[in-house]
Design a protein around this ligand. Structure first.
Ligand code: SF4
Length: 388
């Protein structure tokens, strides 16, 4: 494994438990909370197995699943052990994902004293019909109260996740959700388009015509409205689905409010993932853990790393990835960096395709950059496939 000692890497913990499975979700999680104790023990062991990794980590992300099903003591133990076993930078960003239906004042206060300094709330929608369609356990009111409780506990870095394109939703009702979100002044907003992932109950229901998805044109319209609305409310888009609140110049720490951890995924910075189904990437190797909690516990307790697969990216695969991830960022692909890294000329290789995409208003090739226009973002996947 190649390790550049100067790179600040990320650690991801996958907490594989949820109170209830949402029908659209294809993240790995189980609802049998009885395995929590054995899982946490195995997680500590997996950490010890990996403790010779020499990166300095400046982000820790505790996601899932629903990490807020863990107590503050559990989260404290995870953070404390991470600090003991790995090199952690002084200004580390520690994010915890929380479900608004599984938190209270005491937990937030406990998470804060455990060292969590960024909270990401899975809000999805403020409207009960949407929440019911998504099979969520929380109400719109729970989101407001989770944000208030988190602020009260001292969290000054908070993100909300929202979903649009939900059957029955209109542009007007989506804008209402966005308005309710910005009224809470979170530092970060992620707005994801509802997708129907094969193997999920929602995908099956759609195939069996139990509901009809929204028309593509309406969903595209919602996407464009999102950017306009959030820009007008002081949020800057830095990735297709992610927006950061622009800080006032008065902030002493000049924090930019982007998710430092998630940027690592898009910029191919090394990250290691622990827990069932977690993925890791240390150039040029990607590897991932087994999905099953039971197998994970068994492997780790047997002294084996719980790996399920591994892929060594070829130069071509790495180029493809740099293009598809780079185009997701509003900064686009830094072509001078790309050229240096792969010893090619990006603009020469893709001259014809870029010229035609530029003519159609889908891409913009600026000095040392190649980026998607707003219209281009709607067709990110097909544009990427034209370039690879
Ligand atoms: S709570 Fe989150 S992780 Fe759990 S099933 Fe729902 S969407 Fe998936």
């Amino acid at each position: 494994m190649q390790q550049d000692q100067n790179q600040q890497a990320g650690i991801y913990f996958h907490i594989p438990f949820c109170v209830k499975k949402c029908p659209y979700c294809d993240f790995y999680s189980i609802t049998n909370l009885a395995l929590k104790k054995a899982f946490l023990k195995a997680l500590m062991r997996e950490m010890r197995m990996l403790c010779n990794i020499s990166f300095v980590f400046d982000t820790i992300y505790i996601g899932g699943g629903t990490p807020s099903v863990l107590t503050a003591e559990d989260i404290a133990k995870i953070i404390e052990t991470t600090r003991q076993l790995f090199k952690i930078s002084a200004d580390v960003e520690i994010t915890l994902e929380v479900n608004p239906g599984a938190v209270d004042q005491e937990r937030f206060a406990g998470y804060k004293s455990a060292g969590v300094n960024r909270i990401n709330i899975g809000a999805q929608s403020f409207q009960e019909t949407n929440l019911a369609f998504l099979g969520r356990i929380h109400s719109g009111k729970d989101i407001n109260s989770a944000v208030k409780l988190a602020r009260k506990a001292g969290f000054d870095n908070m993100g909300l996740d929202l979903i649009y394109g939900i059957p029955g939703q209109t542009r007007k009702s989506w804008l209402l959700d966005l308005q309710k979100a910005v009224d809470l002044k979170p530092e970060h907003l992620s707005c994801y388009m509802l997708t129907y992932e094969p193997g999920t109950p929602m995908h099956k229901d759609r195939q069996e015509a139990r509901f009809y998805p929204l028309h593509d044109n309406l969903v595209s319209d919602m996407f464009e409205s999102t950017i306009e609305f959030l820009n007008a409310n002081n949020y800057v888009q830095y990735e297709i689905s992610n927006f950061a609140l622009v800080n006032s110049d008065k902030r002493a720490d000049k924090r930019d409010n982007m998710s430092r951890h998630n940027r690592k995924y898009w910029l191919s910075v090394p990250y290691i993932g622990l827990g069932p189904s977690a993925h890791s990437f240390v150039e040029p190797v990607r590897y991932w853990n087994t999905r099953s909690v039971i197998k994970y516990i068994k492997d780790v307790n047997g002294g084996r790393l719980p790996l399920e697969g591994k892929e060594v990216l070829s130069r071509e695969q790495h180029m493809i990835e740099a293009i598809s991830l780079g185009l997701r960022m509003t900064d686009g692909i830094k072509t001078d960096v790309f050229d240096k890294k792969f010893d090619v000329s990006f603009n020469k290789i893709f001259a014809e395709t870029i010229a035609s995409l530029e003519k159609d208003g889908l891409i913009r090739a600026a000095e040392n950059r190649c980026l998607l226009t707003r219209k281009g973002m709607l067709f990110a996947d097909s544009i990427t496939s034209m370039l690879i």
